[in-house]
Design a protein around this ligand. Structure first.
Ligand code: PLP
Length: 366
């Protein structure tokens, strides 16, 4: 049975992308790799909309979160972290682990961050940096980054704004320059229909000024090393060569489709998923007006066993969805629909879900 992998990362990879990643190794200091890297960076640019070239780092999304923190902050810096789920919490924890003075603004899970609440928090705690999550993968909520940044700038004009775009950039519109964001991160296995292993970072001129002042310890993640090497078509340390080549192919496909068409496909499929869920009589976890077009969190109906539901989808239909995280484990499941996702994948998922919900034996054991 072919698997319909519908977790919010890793996401499915088209055959051409898998094959591109399986080519013979090449020297990462040679001209062939430099050409691959140049193409990858050029094709990434429209999705980040940043003047400077995005950096390629070898690591997962969490590595990129750590990279963002250690490159632009100093121990003791007052940092406001807007937290509406697992990934926002992780970003805040990393900042605290490296000695930032972190104040959390907790947002009710399933809702979006309120720009006015951010302004109020900053009046009380004028942070020099603010941490935001564009798309909170644990709850299926997309935050309004431009509105949040406007609110931040009205209070602290020169704050360094860090945005986790791991499950959004490449699938949802993003505009680092236009939105006045300073550091934005993403990861290859989410919207980019590529295998895990690469992280991407875009940095604004203000972000680079923050870099020049920042004193947190760093070595592997140093932005300057990545940028100097990137300009020469290489990386400071051995990169995940196969993943870079896979991503070269994935980005060719995304460029051919065109960023606007990619975003429109995600918007259409997001709506299809939410409509399908509701027509099965299920409830969305996220507020519908802020529900994500890359991941949908669904409440498990009262009396049903979430793990049996997830297992039934996988074993009987080859559909793999994700469980809830943290305190949501057992009460929601999550459907990934970013990157390589087509209408037929969602039709198949909805048919499988309808069949499993109709099955006996899903009732929670008492
Ligand atoms: C997946 C994800 C991460 C963490 O990425 P890993 O690659 O699992 O380390 C961080 N933030 C968001 C929003 C994510 O979706």
């Amino acid at each position: 049975m072919q698997q319909n992998l519908r977790v919010p990362g890793p996401t499915p990879v088209p055959d051409e992308v898998a094959q591109a990643g399986a080519q013979p190794m090449i020297n990462h200091r040679g001209p062939e790799f430099a050409a691959v890297m140049r193409e990858v960076i050029d094709n990434l640019k429209p999705f980040f909309d940043a003047v400077d070239d995005p950096l390629l780092l070898t690591g997962s999304g969490t590595g990129a979160q750590e990279a963002a923190i250690v490159n632009v902050l100093s121990p003791g810096d007052p940092v406001l972290a807007v937290v509406g789920g697992v990934f926002g919490a992780r970003f805040a924890e990393i900042a605290a682990a490296f000695g930032a003075d972190v104040r959390r603004l907790d947002v009710e899970w399933g809702t979006a961050a309120d720009p006015e609440a951010v302004a109020v928090a900053l009046r009380d705690f004028p942070a020099s940096a603010v941490i935001l999550t564009h798309n909170e993968t644990s709850t299926g909520v997309t935050n309004d980054i431009p509105a949040l940044v406007r609110s931040i700038r009205a209070q602290v004009p020169n704050a360094t704004v860090l945005v986790d775009g791991v499950s959004s950039i490449g699938a949802l519109p993003f505009d680092l320059d236009g939105w006045d964001v300073d550091v934005a991160i993403s990861g290859s296995q989410k919207a980019w229909m590529s295998p895990p292993g690469l992280a991407m970072v875009a940095i604004s001129p203000r972000g680079w000024e923050a870099y020049a002042r920042a004193r947190m310890p760093r070595y592997y993640w140093d932005f300057r090393k990545a940028s100097t090497n990137g300009a020469r078509g290489t990386t400071p340390f051995t990169p995940a060569v196969g993943v870079v080549r896979a991503m070269q192919e994935a980005l060719r496909l995304m460029t051919e489709e065109g960023p606007d068409a990619v975003f429109a496909r995600h918007a259409r499929i997001g709506r299809t998923v939410r409509d399908g869920i509701q027509s099965l009589g299920l409830e969305l976890f996220a507020r519908p007006d802020v529900a994500s077009n890359t991941v949908t969190a669904v409440r498990v109906p009262a009396g049903l066993d979430a793990s049996k539901l997830i297992k039934g989808l996988r074993k009987r239909h080859g559909v793999v969805v994700a469980s809830g995280q943290d305190w949501l484990k057992g009460s929601i499941f999550r459907i990934g629909h970013m990157g390589y996702v087509r209408d037929e994948d969602i039709e198949h998922l909805m048919q499988a879900l309808a069949a499993v919900l109709g099955d006996e034996g899903l009732q929670r054991a008492v």
